[in-house]
Design a protein around this ligand. Structure first.
Ligand SMILES: *Cc1c(COP(=O)(O)O)cnc(C)c1O
Length: 457
């Protein structure tokens, strides 16, 4: 592949911690072997998430200073509203403090008890919102084919079958998450979105986007879909938005800022209902739980994020990092997208059965070996806890995600991670399995306490 580099230079820097081997061991023990419980002061390279971890540009920092903190009708809201309207084509723009607030408010305005929401995949907080309403969230992802360029698509045959069946009358919305996290940040194709639009029209159902990574999906369309080659990433994004009735997004991702969310809609009546609900929990509808300066920084971030140079760098970084990790001996999930690289821990650690949490084991080893923090997406997160001492039902895959915060780490930081990975890959059979000693009944991965299994079994 052609050489690439960061399309920016660095204006403000932040020192990073280098805990030594003893400190890393002590820290992990004190954290109950759970990386969510490790303080950031003990992390050298933090690839836990790309959410809210972006580095802002000089233009965004200067926008903060001009933020208008008026309670109602602030200038910063007008800027944010204008950028969102131009980007999405939706007239109704409602800010919220982050993605889950936006989705809770919007879904609460279109779904009721007994209703059904269909999706390529509901993000976990989206599913929680649907279920808290008493509605049902059904995921219909395409079956993962590693070679497809559009692994984020919805299974159209399954969607049509569901809508045509008698229970299809309970469906109130189809949600397309762009890009689709659950399938490794893979994009959704324009063909798929167009077909969803047609099916929604035929059945009189609302079509909504979870647009948290809209810019990355748009860029991957310009690269992988012959029909989109002539479009700029911004035009591709506008095309995506034009197919749906509205969207919500976590702006902690492609807003390239540290906080924020949004609802954007065509329908003025639904927007009115959303604003009524928003006032109860987020505040007045022109600030939605954000400071005026946050809205100003987001308006700038949403302008910068579709820069083709920036998006090319994003995609090339993930591909290059994937190649490096593969050369180091890590099994990488292909194709890479933009926001993360995923490692197949089950393939690297075949001596660990799912009940010994191979993805957790690999994540903890990356910390012990080099204070690198990543997230586990295996049986700790997606397994079904066994009752009465039964073993857990394993997750479908044992993945570890190395997320790429936007504009934060350079190539040499990622080379450091590759070196740490290479050391682990030299003797993977020495990586111990883990067992859970304490867990909550839901979302156990955030707070669980674990211990390594040192004796063989
Ligand atoms: C992050 C995310 C959300 C939730 O947003 P928060 O800002 O974390 O509340 C919803 N959907 C997708 C696809 C996301 O990535």
């Amino acid at each position: 592949m052609p050489a690439f580099m960061e399309p920016f230079r660095i204006k403000a820097v932040e020192p990073i911690p280098f805990p030594d081997e003893q400190q890393r061991r002590d820290t992990l023990i004190a954290a109950g072997y759970n990386l969510f419980r490790v303080p950031a002061s003990q992390i050298t390279i933090d690839l836990l998430t790309d959410s809210g971890t972006s580095a802002m540009s000089a233009a965004q920092w200067s926008a903060l200073m001009t933020g208008d903190e008026s309670y109602a009708g602030a200038r910063s809201f007008e800027q944010f509203e204008a950028v969102m309207q131009e980007l999405t084509g939706y007239p109704e723009i409602i800010p919220a403090h982050q993605g889950r607030a936006a989705e809770r408010i919007l879904l609460g305005s279109v779904l009721g008890p007994g209703d059904v929401s269909l999706a390529n995949t509901h993000f976990d907080t989206t599913r929680a919102s649907v279920e808290s309403i008493g509605a049902t969230a059904v995921d219909l992802p395409v079956t993962a084919d590693p070679d497809t360029p559009f692994g984020g698509d919805i299974d159209l045959a399954a969607l049509k079958e569901f809508l045509d069946a008698p229970h299809g009358t309970n469906v109130r919305c189809v949600v397309m998450t762009v890009t689709n996290n659950a399938t490794g940040g893979q994009p959704v194709s324009l063909t798929n979105l167009t077909a969803v639009r047609r099916l929604c029209d035929e059945h009189g159902i609302r079509f909504l986007l979870d647009a948290s990574r809209f810019a990355e999906n748009a860029y991957l369309l310009t690269q992988r879909d012959p029909e989109c080659q002539a479009l700029t990433p911004r035009q591709a994004a506008q095309t995506i938005f034009s197919l749906a009735d509205g969207c919500w997004a976590s702006l902690k991702k492609d807003g390239v800022a540290n906080i924020g969310g949004v609802i954007a809609l065509h329908d003025a009546e639904i927007a009115r209902r959303c604003r009524d609900r928003l006032i109860e929990t987020e505040g007045f509808p022109t600030y939605g739980g954000l400071a005026g300066r946050d809205l100003a920084a987001l308006a700038q971030g949403l302008t910068e994020v579709t820069d083709p140079q920036y998006l090319r760098y994003r995609e090339q970084t993930a591909r290059w990092f994937g190649d490096q990790l593969e050369d180091a001996g890590f099994p990488v999930v292909r194709p890479t997208g933009c926001h993360a690289v995923y490692i197949d821990a089950a393939r690297l650690l075949p001596h660990l059965c799912p009940q010994r949490l191979p993805a957790t084991a690999l994540a903890n080893q990356l910390y012990l070996a080099g204070a690198v923090r990543v997230s586990e997406l295996g049986t700790l997160v997606f397994g079904i806890p066994g009752s009465n001492g039964e073993p857990d039902r394993p997750a479908p895959r044992e993945l570890v995600r190395l997320a790429l915060p936007r504009r934060v780490y350079t190539k040499s930081h990622l080379e450091y991670v590759t070196d740490v990975a290479a050391r682990i890959a030299e003797s993977p059979d020495e990586v111990p399995g883990y067992r859970i000693t304490e867990q909550a009944s839901t979302l156990r991965h955030f707070t669980a306490v674990l211990e390594p299994i040192t004796s063989g079994r």
